[in-house]
Design a protein around this ligand. Structure first.
Ligand SMILES: *Cc1c(COP(=O)(O)O)cnc(C)c1O
Length: 395
């Protein structure tokens, strides 16, 4: 007798898709396991997977999901790491790592130039958890050493910092951290793995806001961290309850983005070099901050770390101050005024009138943000169009 004759309409709607044999042919694109939970026909297996939580089998997608794991394996391979873990955003990854390593009474040494969200997390959540932080100029290794205390449990910086693009000397910083027995954690968002593999320089944990270059199209929020199997498993176990996990659909979009990562970065680096050279010659621009230029304070380190290109992030200081900055932004036609970075589109922000208005001018200048500073995330547009657009906006 046919089930159709026995089961009601809705029961059939719920249960008729169960496959017979597994599909033998491999789909070229990764399947999307858009499922919150997984069902079992063997109760011993159910119990075993329930016990293992983050490794070995799938029980519930907050613990592990096959599509998210496919992204984690891909990122680990690109970073040259044993393992990686994915989070719902870059901040989700940063929070997971820092709260896993630091607790009450611990001390953190961190770079002074950091992404605003990270700075806020350290100064609010970590501080409330009883973690004290000293912020230092990460290019001043004597200052880094001087900030270390008996309670220091980690050193944290960005491979290229926000917003003035200081470049961290990863091998020297890793040596300092390891001499004192704690890890060097870096946010490598500005330097995707086709340009730089931080772990090769002794970095212990490499974090990316995959929202930016890895996903690459401005349509996803995601975060990843790479490191040893042991370190990653511990971070995941510590965060099974906090829930900032990546969704399968966002993992799939990031996997698709990663396929063209190196191709996009080739174009982005070439566009950035052309723009940086143009700005350096331009009368309307006082200063250009780009690690690929000989005038950048850490150019030598940048050259040794970034052999395939200095990335797509740069900052320029316009001659006319805050009003010039605002007018410049309004006159751009191809580059877009928008927060975020690492997209196919060229994105431009003017910190003094948008992202840092809560600071006084004096406070802004301490962090290096002058009234005329504009930060540019170079995209994949045709170089000639970008050059013309910036040139007409500067006129
Ligand atoms: C955007 C960004 C983050 C945060 O990533 P989200 O996905 O927005 O949470 C962290 N670090 C850097 C350097 C970033 O640019």
């Amino acid at each position: 007798m046919n089930d159709d004759d026995l089961l009601g309409f809705t029961t059939r709607a719920l249960n008729s898709s169960a496959p017979g044999e597994p599909v033998r042919e491999m789909p070229l694109a990764e399947p999307i396991y858009q499922s919150a939970t997984f069902s079992f026909d063997d109760m011993e297996h159910f119990a075993a997977v329930g016990k293992s939580k983050v490794s070995g089998g799938y029980l519930y997608s907050r613990w592990a999901n096959p599509t998210v794991d496919a992204l984690a394996r891909t990122i680990a391979a690109l970073e040259g790491a044993e393992a990686a873990a994915c989070y719902a955003s870059g901040m989700g990854a940063i929070a997971a790592v820092l709260t896993s390593i630091l607790g009450r009474g611990d001390h953190l040494v961190a770079a002074r130039q950091l992404y605003g969200g990270t700075f806020g997390f350290i100064n609010r959540s970590l501080l409330r958890d009883g973690v004290d932080t000293e912020f230092v100029d990460i290019t001043d290794h004597a200052a880094v050493r001087a900030a270390i205390r008996r309670e220091t449990k980690a050193l944290y910086c960005e491979t290229i910092g926000n917003p003035m693009l200081p470049v961290a000397d990863l091998a020297s910083l890793a040596t300092i951290a390891h001499e004192h027995g704690f890890p060097l954690i870096v946010d490598a968002t500005f330097t995707p793995p086709c340009l730089l593999q931080p772990l090769a320089y002794g970095v212990d944990l490499s974090i990316h806001a995959a929202t930016k270059y890895l996903a690459g199209h401005g349509d996803v929020l995601a975060g990843v961290v790479s490191g040893t199997q042991e370190a990653i498993e511990r971070i995941r176990l510590d965060n099974v309850e906090t829930g900032a996990v990546l969704a399968p659909w966002e993992a799939w979009l990031t996997l698709r983005g990663v396929q063209t990562l190196a191709l996009r970065l080739e174009r982005i680096c070439r566009n950035a070099e052309s723009l940086a050279s143009m700005f350096e010659e331009h009368a309307g621009v006082d200063r250009v901050f780009y690690p690929g230029l000989g005038s950048h304070p850490q150019h030598v380190i940048a050259q040794s770390l970034l052999k395939r290109g200095a990335g797509g992030m740069m900052a320029i200081e316009l001659s006319g101050g805050i009003e010039a900055g605002r007018r410049f932004m309004e006159r751009l036609r191809i580059a877009r005024a928008a927060a975020s970075l690492g997209s196919t589109h060229t994105l431009v922000v003017h910190p003094a009138s948008v992202t840092h208005t809560q600071l006084t001018r004096a406070q802004r200048e301490v962090t290096g943000i002058s009234d005329g500073l504009v930060r540019i995330s170079v995209g994949i547009e045709d170089a000639a169009d970008l050059l013309l657009d910036f040139d007409q906006a500067l006129a």
